[in-house]
Design a protein around this ligand. Structure first.
Ligand SMILES: Cc1cc2nc3c(=O)[nH]c(=O)nc-3n(C[C@H](O)[C@H](O)[C@H](O)COP(=O)(O)OP(=O)(O)OC[C@H]3O[C@@H](n4cnc5c(N)ncnc54)[C@H](O)[C@@H]3O)c2cc1C
Ligand SMILES: NC(=O)c1ccc[n+]([C@@H]2O[C@H](COP(=O)([O-])OP(=O)(O)OC[C@H]3O[C@@H](n4cnc5c(N)ncnc54)[C@H](O)[C@@H]3O)[C@@H](O)[C@H]2O)c1
Length: 452
């Protein structure tokens, strides 16, 4: 049977664009539909604008520190309008680059919503239909508000980059990556920030000690964290939003940000009608090769609910291309993914948490918390944390957690070492780089705990 395309990709984000470009560069006929803006979540409303806001928010601290180094610097006012305009022109530039690079690679872009008609047919919003030998769903996810009265009074992460003005007082509900990162951003920009956290601490799922370290530092920097507290009632009161928490706390805010998680974009695509299975969260069920229950249909990235990170979506796109178009069955490797949470201070992590390591095998815990030279000189009290979990039996490093400036940059290279199967002895026989914070990784002496 002849098809219009060898591959049709739905979704022009991190994963979809990589898979489409590689496949087109292999000489195949590739179509891609994007209903919003090329680049997807990461480029338009995620990693990129978020990180630029993180940078913007660190200058007041840097200027205060600069004074202790002899500079007569003063922080002026923050020009939100000016920053936002600059931010969006940068996003426009990146969107264009995504468009141009995909087109140059030979991908035909359809700037419309696409849905599935059958196992080999997609229909665009304007009614045009195309057939394709393979269809790749890379539709990502979207932020969700809790199901409660007046939830629409709050904004979600997509809206943060379009705020007409910087809020003076803000409540962030939810303390995962997004809640904690934006808490640091707005706090740094001068907003008074409070958080409602359902559990006992922020950043559920991360190493207990590391998340405690981040949470203490966030509070020392001026963020108010209400733990064991979910919003029960939300009301508009004049210009402000009144919120009542499950611990009885009530307060008014200028802005409420729901950072309560994301959902896969899998509804209304016609997936279940043609036999593609979804899990109870709406994520597309795929095998190790990203293939769904319908053999011609594959899915990658956030819509599969595996690991919601840009580099993972990209790697899933690469593995898909190898499997389907090079005949090299390539499973996606989700083991030992390094990641950073761009809180202030930053957290970098790879491998097992202490809790996971303890459950798995006898473990030696190495940890050091100290004031780094640059901040100590400036009179800062904040400590960095370096933590390493080591197998008692094999000496293999099972996990590393770093909290402090540059943790994201450091963990990238620790990730390489762990991927190579590094032991504690390998770290120890590596000469330190002095004076750095990272030298702590190769000079951790005695375990602080032994977990039998
Ligand atoms: C605020 C925020 C900060 C983040 N920060 C980081 C970070 O620092 N580091 C990191 O690694 N990850 C980060 N992430 C996660 C990262 O952005 C995602 O994991 C990544 O973008 C997923 O890529 P994807 O290709 O699966 O989907 P997306 O990038 O979401 O792309 C999906 C695309 O499909 C389009 N689409 C959906 N349905 C249709 C349809 N029916 N027809 C046509 N088009 C459709 C959408 O418009 C979208 O453009 C962040 C996310 C958020 C929200
Ligand atoms: N730096 C990065 O790499 C980065 C940054 C941002 C996002 N991401 C990716 O995006 C994903 C989604 O991030 P996220 O922060 O939206 O989701 P998340 O699932 O990490 O956090 C959502 C939090 O909201 C809480 N919550 C839900 N409903 C609530 C309620 N009613 N009241 C109080 N709390 C409530 C949950 O318990 C959870 O802790 C992450 O898992 C991550 O993979 C990555």
């Amino acid at each position: 049977m002849d098809f219009d395309y060898d591959l049709f990709v739905i979704g022009g984000g991190s994963g979809g664009v990589r898979a489409a470009r590689l496949t087109a560069m292999d000489g195949h006929k590739v179509g891609l539909a994007e209903e919003s803006r090329m680049g997807g979540t990461c480029v338009i409303r995620g990693c990129v604008p978020k990180k630029l806001m993180v940078y913007a928010s660190t200058y007041p601290g840097a200027v205060a520190e600069a004074r202790t180094y002899g500079w007569t610097a003063q922080v002026g006012d923050f020009d939100w309008d000016g920053f936002r305009t600059h931010l969006h022109s940068e996003l426009d530039r990146l969107e264009k680059a995504y468009h141009t690079n995909a087109t140059k690679a030979g991908v035909t872009i359809h700037e419309q919503r696409a849905v599935l008609k059958d196992a080999h047919t997609v229909a665009l919003a304007d009614g045009t239909e195309f057939t394709a030998k393979h269809i790749l769903i890379a539709t990502g996810g979207r932020p969700v508000r809790p199901e409660m009265k007046n939830a629409d009074l709050g904004i979600v992460s997509d809206d943060v980059f379009h705020l007409p003005e910087l809020p003076k007082k803000m409540l962030i509900v939810g303390a995962g990556y997004i809640g904690c990162e934006f808490a640091g951003v707005f706090n740094g920009l001068g907003t008074e920030v409070s958080m409602f956290v359902r559990g006992a601490n922020v950043l559920r799922g991360f190493d207990e000690e590391a998340r405690g370290h981040v949470s203490d530092a966030m509070q020392q920097r001026g963020i108010t964290i209400h733990t064991g507290c979910a919003p029960m009632e939300v009301e508009k009161r004049g210009d402000r939003i009144w919120v009542k928490g499950s611990n009885g706390h009530t307060e008014e805010f200028d802005c409420l940000l729901w950072a309560t998680g994301r959902k896969p974009n899998s509804t209304g695509l016609g997936l279940e009608e043609i036999g593609v299975k979804l899990d109870r969260h709406g994520a597309i069920c795929v095998d190790a090769y990203s293939q769904s229950d319908v053999p011609s249909i594959y899915a990658i990235g956030d819509v599969t609910g595996r690991v919601e990170l840009t580099p993972v979506a990209i790697r899933e796109g690469v593995a898909f291309n190898k499997t389907v178009f090079h005949g090299e069955k390539t499973p996606v490797d989700h083991d030992l993914i390094p990641t950073a949470v761009f809180t202030q201070p930053e957290m970098g992590t790879v491998g097992l948490t202490e809790e996971e390591a303890e459950a798995q095998e006898p473990t030696l815990v190495y940890a050091a918390a100290f004031r780094p030279m640059q901040q100590a000189f400036a009179g800062g009290e904040e400590r960095v944390l370096f933590k390493m979990l080591v197998s008692r039996e094999t000496d293999k490093v099972l996990g590393v957690h770093i909290v402090g400036p540059g943790a994201g940059e450091m963990i990238q290279f620790v990730g390489v070492a762990l991927k190579m199967g590094a032991t504690k002895a390998d770290f120890d026989r590596t000469c330190a780089v002095h004076p750095t914070m990272a030298e702590e990784l190769v000079t951790l002496k005695d375990p602080v705990r032994v977990l039998a």
